[in-house]
Design a protein around this ligand. Structure first.
Ligand SMILES: [Zn+2]
Length: 217
């Protein structure tokens, strides 16, 4: 009896082995399915899963791929379509022990870091040096090109034309007045080469405002 069971399992594994040999992609997807217990490694969804090679230079191996669902895949490759709330799932997947998953989580959080919760998770996420280098290798941070990113007191990215409000009362040097907390400044401009300064019109005067004293509205 025992012998028969052994023989059967041998035949099965041989069949699997042959299937793997004949279709390498299949084998990677199988390995990914095993690793992830057939769940999206980012959001935990169990439908429409497929292997995804971690950009920019995956070697196509299981180690450099993740299993993700359609929803995640669409947004991972198109940040314009990002549904911020979908990515609260990273709260769970950030604890994955799989470096490829950690890399994807880090990159998504990095994209979303203007959201307070994403920045908080990013602060908690620990990547070893090698994994961090891999994660950073894939980022195309456009703002790095001009070198300056203006962030408000919550870390939200400010752009020319935005409306901001003061988060505290501010004495305007040389203006002879106090800008009250909650005052809205419409149509700000960004001070080039100084990420901490924006300009806007308050009480009829164009003034320089420190980004840490405002929040985007
Ligand atoms: Zn997903």
């Amino acid at each position: 009896m025992a012998r028969k069971i052994v023989a059967t399992s041998f035949l099965l594994s041989q069949a699997e082995y042959l299937a793997n040999m004949s279709n390498n992609t299949m084998s990677i997807e199988q390995e990914l399915n095993t690793r992830s217990e057939s769940k999206c490694e980012l959001c935990g969804a169990s439908k429409n899963l497929a292997g995804f090679e971690v950009p920019p230079s995956s070697d196509g191996s299981t180690e450099q791929s993740v299993l993700i669902c359609n929803t995640c895949r669409d947004q991972v490759s198109n940040f314009e379509q990002i549904e911020v709330n979908h990515w609260r799932c990273l709260n769970d997947s950030m604890w994955s022990q799989v470096p490829a998953v950690q890399v994807m989580v880090w990159r998504m959080l990095n994209q979303l870091r203007s959201e307070g919760w994403a920045q908080d998770l990013l602060d908690m996420l620990y990547l070893d040096d090698q994994t961090m280098a891999w994660a950073q290798a894939g980022t195309t941070d456009q703002s790095d090109e001009d070198g300056v990113k203006h962030l408000d007191s919550n870390g939200a990215v400010l752009e020319a034309g935005d409306t901001v409000t003061f988060i505290k009362d501010l004495n305007v040097k040389g203006g002879g007045f106090t800008a009250k907390r909650g005052t809205a400044v419409r149509g700000i401009s960004l001070v080039p080469d100084n990420a901490e300064q924006i300009e806007g019109r308050v009480s009829g005067q164009q003034i320089v405002i420190l980004t840490k004293f405002v929040k985007k509205s």
